[in-house]
Design a protein around this ligand. Sequence first.
Ligand code: NAD
Ligand code: UDP
Length: 329
Amino acid sequence: MAAKSILIGANMRILITGAAGFLGSHLCDRLLAEGHEVVGMDNFVTGKRENIAHLSGNENFRFIRHDVSNYIYVPGKLDAVMHFASPASPNPKSPIGYPNLPIQTMKAGALGTHNTLGLALANKARFMLASTSEIYGDPQEHPQTESYWGHVDPIGERSVYDEAKRFAEALTMAYHRFHGVNTTIVRIFNTYGPRMHTDDGRAVANFIQQALRGEKLTVYGDGQQTRSFCYVDDLIEGIYELLMSKEHDPVNIGNPEEITIEQFAREIDDLVGKKAGLTFLKEMRFSGDPQRRQPDITRAKKVLGWEPKVSLRDGLTKTVAYFKQEYGL
Ligand code: NAD
Ligand code: UDP
């Protein structure tokens, strides 16, 4: 099992940047449920007020509207700083996709990480960086272990995100090595579930929407590219364990069950039940669309005693219910 830090059991005061986002809002819920005090920060560039509306009136929750690219001031002592603020969708056709927010994405990863690390240093706080499987780029090693250095095009369409996160990891390790900040890095793989963006044009959202409308599901290329989808509750559990651990090195958190995009689309088409089928679009969405992505979670199992528990079918069932609720279906 995981070596727990002295933080465990204590009531902590924790800053979460990106609190109004998909993952940030689930983290707020989880930390509050564990008895911690949470300060949420967001500028709503891609997040939604509704994601945290249920927390207004909670005496352990406070919200600060702020852009993390600017100097951050939080009154009072913080025990942990979790930097999750960043656009996260790769879809160039979506207004919230990072190709359409290129400078904001680089600033959130670079300046936002610098500001949140400075805050952690000043508070002698535990720091967690939300990194991503994207730092592995279009990987040449499979599955991806934390020791893999990645295969990233520094000027490609996804580079504003990938390189910002790689810089953020380097800066996090610099603050750990040079300033002794108690940092950790979570490398998050594709995650889905309630409160995810319903219209960001990513595979989960597109396929569920299309299946609910009885339209053919649009698969880019031949659909043989793979992904590994993690249900949000599993991810949040892994992140919580990592926060409370003594780990400093990056840890992959994701579901290692690899599936082709074609199979994945068929699963959703089948689950929703209108069975309109699939249509294969000749072109890939990006020239650098990764061909394979699957986390090796050996480290997470070893140092955190964590592994995902929710099956794809169960996770998708809950996610489809969320989409129906959002669209009043
Ligand atoms: P999201 O878009 O739902 O949430 C990101 C939040 O950050 C939004 O509320 C947005 O308004 C806020 N934000 C962005 N820039 C900001 C800024 N400059 N100042 C303040 N707030 C800002 O995305 P998400 O899926 O919840 O992703 C959260 C984090 O997890 C991101 O750092 C992302 O890179 C990482 N991640 C997510 C996934 C995934 O599958 N969801 C995978 C890998 C990594
Ligand atoms: N994809 C697809 N049809 C869609 C949306 C996405 O075939 O309508 C493919 C996309 O080209 C990629 C995979 O699904 O190969 C996963 O895309 P997503 O945007 O979900 O996330 P990524 O893992 O690329 O960040």
